[in-house]
Write a protein that binds this ligand. Structure first.
Ligand code: SAH
Length: 349
């Protein structure tokens, strides 16, 4: 089966013309339906014969929403998306004054092995294709009453390491920014990485200018490696240098993600080292309290230490804010909803 959401408009047109003798204007109509997360049955201006043929060989949507949890506190919604092979991934929709931000997944599981993260506990299952990432956005748009502008901002911060799935993720960026498609500007898209240095540079060299977030969590290599094994391949200084390179090419300020874990990375010494590491870098630090994942045994830093940590950074001239935690009453940290789904055995029911 072929997933039509994987195609650019040119590829779709070539595929449909070649295999179904479809005229380019019909391909255009179908492309527009695909961006509305509409299944073949509802493509009303496409002939019934063609719809039946397409149904036999293609999927119109990359995934479907099989569960939605809504926060009573702030309206945040958490989704479980099912892919065509039965795998599931998660997404979160957060409402802000400026619009709605959807956090999407780029892989089923993850092989980065970060000790605090629920997505990586069982390793990588597989990469998502471009259309499976796009499908998460269109499925959520469809929930918003078919309003193609329901999702205004995207963060690649769900399960997976986007720069470990470079080709599909960058193809997704092409698709989602397409003026004939969802037309979301790169300024409204953020990509978060644990620091795959060569691909940070490649992203800039390939002409992308999305917002880049570096998940740092510890400024000392010898400590960071214990919670983030990727440090063995790419040290902290290398990761920061790659971010500088990205900034120089794109002009986009770097966001540094720093999750405070009790007794591990939350001391004054850590803050001062982080500040010196970021000297001369156009960066903003998002400080977050750890969202505890039962299996990891790690605890969040208390409120007092969190405030102090931000204060130490600010005293050194580093711009830092606490990232608002949202949806606290639904499933917390990234990957937990999928884990509960899998352990309940609902996958086979
Ligand atoms: N692999 C990418 C994107 C996915 S993780 C990355 O590493 O950036 C998205 C963000 O959530 C990262 O900053 C990650 O470090 C953070 N994160 C993962 N588990 C967390 C937890 N339990 N509490 C707080 N932040 C967490």
């Amino acid at each position: 089966m072929v997933l039509l959401q994987d195609f650019t408009i040119e590829e779709l047109s070539a595929y449909l013309t070649g295999n179904f003798n479809v005229k380019p204007y019909v391909a255009k109509q179908i492309y527009s339906w695909l961006n509305k997360s509409v299944d073949f049955d509802d493509m009303t201006d496409v002939s019934k014969t063609l719809r039946a043929q397409l149904k036999e060989q293609c999927f119109a949507k990359g995934c479907e929403i099989i569960q939605t949890l809504s926060s009573r506190l702030d309206g945040t919604q958490k989704f479980l998306f099912r892919l065509h092979d039965g795998n599931v991934v998660e997404g979160v929709l957060m409402n802000y004054k400026y619009g709605n931000t959807l956090c999407v997944s780029s892989q089923v599981g993850c092989r980065m092995g970060c000790k605090f993260c629920a997505s990586t506990l069982e390793g990588l299952v597989r990469n998502l294709s471009a259309g499976e990432i796009l499908g998460q956005v269109t499925a959520v748009n469809a929930l918003g009453g078919g309003d193609a502008r329901h999702v205004t901002n995207i963060v690649l911060m769900g399960s997976g390491e986007p720069l470990d799935n470079y080709d599909n993720v960058t193809k997704f960026l092409h698709l989602v920014t397409d003026p004939c498609g969802l037309n979301i500007s790169q300024r409204n898209i953020s990509l978060s990485t644990c620091g795959i240095v060569p691909n940070i540079k490649r992203l800039a060299d390939d002409g992308f200018s999305v917002n880049l977030t570096l998940s740092l969590h510890n400024p000392f290599d010898e400590q960071r490696v214990a919670i983030m094994p990727v440090t063995r391949a790419y040290g902290v200084q290398q990761a920061v240098d790659a971010c500088k390179y990205y900034f120089d090419k794109t002009g986009r300020r770097i966001i540094v993600e720093y999750t405070l874990i009790d007794g591990q990375n939350d001391s004054r010494e850590h803050a001062l080292k982080l500040a010196s590491l970021l000297r001369g870098v156009s960066a903003h630090v998002n400080v977050i309290a750890l969202n505890p994942v039962k299996e990891t045994g790690l605890k969040a830093t208390n409120e007092t230490n969190l405030k102090k940590f931000i204060q130490y950074l600010e005293e050194k001239g580093v711009s830092a804010t606490r990232r608002r935690t949202m949806g606290q009453d639904i499933e917390g940290a990234c990957g937990q909803l999928r884990r509960r789904y899998l352990s309940n055995g609902t996958k086979n029911s």
